[in-house]
Design a protein around this ligand. Structure first.
Ligand code: 4AD
Length: 551
């Protein structure tokens, strides 16, 4: 939710020091060439240098193996097995999920991360070499393995299995210390082992869906003529004016007594650090939004978008907030609030449609274990127009509902000017409309300085919108921007923002100003919405929140 307010002191300090970490060389293979790695058609070749197997050359193909030379063994991604069963021997490389040994054979379930299901490898003791038999004795959940065999139709519940002739352990995994036992673990526990949790069904499925969503977002904007702009992560401007920024400094905070302090003309020390002595010669922060930079490019290139990390030092432990999250921020010149709402709706319909097409196995898994109505809800997003409701109407509906039983609400006092809480947003999206709903024309007082004053609405509102979605609440926040220099200066003065800090932003209104609009979509909230995982800490590889920057 965008909030206005005076600039507070930025909190928590952050030193930008990036250490180059030596990459460990993969002992098994060295990647020799990448070919055709564009969206949706990743196909690559891998040459094996020091495999314990005697393959002279392995070719690896993610989507298809048709180009592979017949003399080579095909390194198969498990995802492709169902799509294209192969004659001849294949090699599967992955991590063991389960091992079952019987008198005459062993069943080893291997997952290589390419799909949810993994594949069962059957190893009849009569058909495998002695070395493989020994390896099976040492096999446990979590070991990495190479298995060679033929893909055959399975007698069991899966469609195919590998009738294996060889198995080698690539990396052992001591069962007594491996933190991912076979049993189901809670998502809270998995957060404490975030480096290993992508090996679990839920977290791997989230990662795959997330990847498809990111690719589809780029695809949507690229296909509709938007220019991708990378705006800086280090900034001197507080876009949202809410003072929730992490400071970036190279000043030595371990020696507070040595910090350079401001001085008056007579050299007398004043209160406050002299940031002219800091790395950038002025206070610098991690960005809360790429919007202001985005506007500069929209006002030259027309339609642009940014997609990158943003940072907020909110002391928030909710299931919807991260201190570091990714935002998609399109900005359109010669556009108004309706254009922004239309674009957000079209974009969401597209990316959700792509997820339904490309992530069926993972979405089926989420429907089974997290939200039975998930696919139906997503299909509705694609097919049904989103509701549009003014803020004034939203308040009226809420007041009517709350009046029926105020005790049911944590925040029963709702009136014009109220910053809607999650329970209000979710009631509107889930109960009142049972749909994605744009709430527009918010009161000036609760929105950011850059939003355009609404001429028609008694001077009390701005041309702003939030998109509320069932299960999540606010997914998108956007507005038409104030393009009139005099009005913008007045708004900044009311909020005590120094125009000098925003001189370049104001120049956009001095030189060839145009009506323009845009929005920000919280990418991790979208991941939650599409996968139905409840906590945003599962929607990102390494969540950052107050008290946690592990990994
Ligand atoms: O509504 P917000 O604050 O809007 C802006 O930052 C605008 N400058 C965007 C623009 O117009 N270009 O944030 C946009 C979205 C929210 O709707 C929410 O989905 C997400 O970013 N968001 C967060 N997601 C995770 N953790 C947080 N702490 C978030 N704060 C906002």
């Amino acid at each position: 939710m965008v909030k206005s307010g005076k600039k507070n002191m930025a909190r928590t300090c952050l030193i930008a020091a990036i250490c180059a970490t030596a990459r460990r060389t993969n002992p098994i293979r060295s990647v020799s060439a990448f070919t055709g790695s564009s969206l949706g058609s990743a196909s690559r070749q891998t040459s094996v240098s020091t495999s314990p197997f005697s393959f002279s050359k392995l070719s690896m193909s993610t989507e298809t193996d048709s180009e592979v030379a017949s003399s080579s063994k095909i390194l198969k991604r498990i995802k492709t097995v169902d799509a294209a069963p192969t004659d001849g021997e294949v090699a599967i490389k992955g991590w063991v999920r389960t091992v079952r040994k019987q008198k005459t054979l062993a069943f080893v379930e291997v997952n290589d991360g390419s799909s949810l299901s993994g594949i069962q490898c059957v190893l009849p003791f009569d058909d495998i070499d002695e070395a493989s038999k020994k390896e099976i004795d040492n096999l446990s959940t979590g070991c990495s393995v190479e298995v060679v065999g033929k893909i055959v139709e399975s007698q069991g519940k899966q469609k195919y299995e590998v009738q294996s002739s060889n198995l080698r352990i690539v990396g052992e995994c001591p069962a007594d210390t491996y933190p991912l036992a076979k049993k189901r673990h809670s998502l809270e526990y998995l957060r404490t082992i975030a480096h290993l949790r992508p090996r679990t069904n839920t977290v791997a499925a989230v990662a795959r869906v997330r990847s498809v969503l990111a690719g589809s977002i780029h695809q949507f904007f690229q296909d509709t003529g938007f220019v991708y702009v990378q705006t800086p992560l280090i900034t001197a401007s507080d876009c949202e004016g809410a003072g929730e920024m992490f400071r970036v400094t190279t000043l030595d905070l371990d020696n507070v007594g040595e910090l350079p302090m401001k001085k008056d003309e007579d050299g007398k020390t004043l209160a406050g650090v002299d940031y002219e002595e800091d790395f950038f010669g002025k206070p610098a922060f991690l960005t809360v939004s790429g919007q202001l930079g985005g506007e500069t490019h929209a006002c030259a290139l027309g339609d642009i978008y940014t997609f990158g990390p943003t940072f907020r030092a909110e002391n928030s432990q909710t299931t919807r907030h991260l201190a570091e999250f990714n935002m998609v921020e399109p900005e359109m010149a010669f556009a108004d609030l309706n254009s922004a709402m239309d674009n957000a709706e079209n974009m969401l319909k597209y990316v959700v449609g792509e997820a339904l097409k490309k992530c069926d196995e993972d979405l089926t898994f989420f429907s089974k274990f997290y939200d039975k109505g998930l696919k139906e809800r997503l299909e509705k997003v694609v097919k049904k127009p989103f509701v549009r409701c003014s803020y004034r109407d939203a308040i009226k509906y809420l007041q009517e509902e709350i009046a029926k039983d105020p005790s049911k609400w944590q925040f029963p006092d709702v009136e014009f000017g109220t910053d809607l809480a999650t329970e209000h947003e979710r009631w509107l999206a889930e109960t009142k409309f049972n749909s994605c709903v744009f709430v527009y024309n918010y009161p000036k007082k609760i929105k950011a300085f850059y939003m355009r004053d609404n001429d028609e609405d008694g001077g009390e509102t701005v041309n702003a919108m939030d998109l509320l979605v069932p299960g999540v609440g606010e997914l998108v926040g956007g507005s038409q921007r104030e393009d009139r220099l005099d009005v913008l200066l007045e708004k900044m003065s009311e909020l005590d923002l120094d125009p000098e800090d925003y001189w370049w932003y104001l120049d956009l209104r001095r030189f060839g100003s145009v009506p323009h609009a845009g929005y920000g979509l919280g990418f991790e909230r979208l991941v939650c919405y599409v996968t139905s995982v409840e906590n945003i800490r599962e929607a990102i590889a390494f969540p950052r929140y107050p008290g946690n920057a592990e990994f």
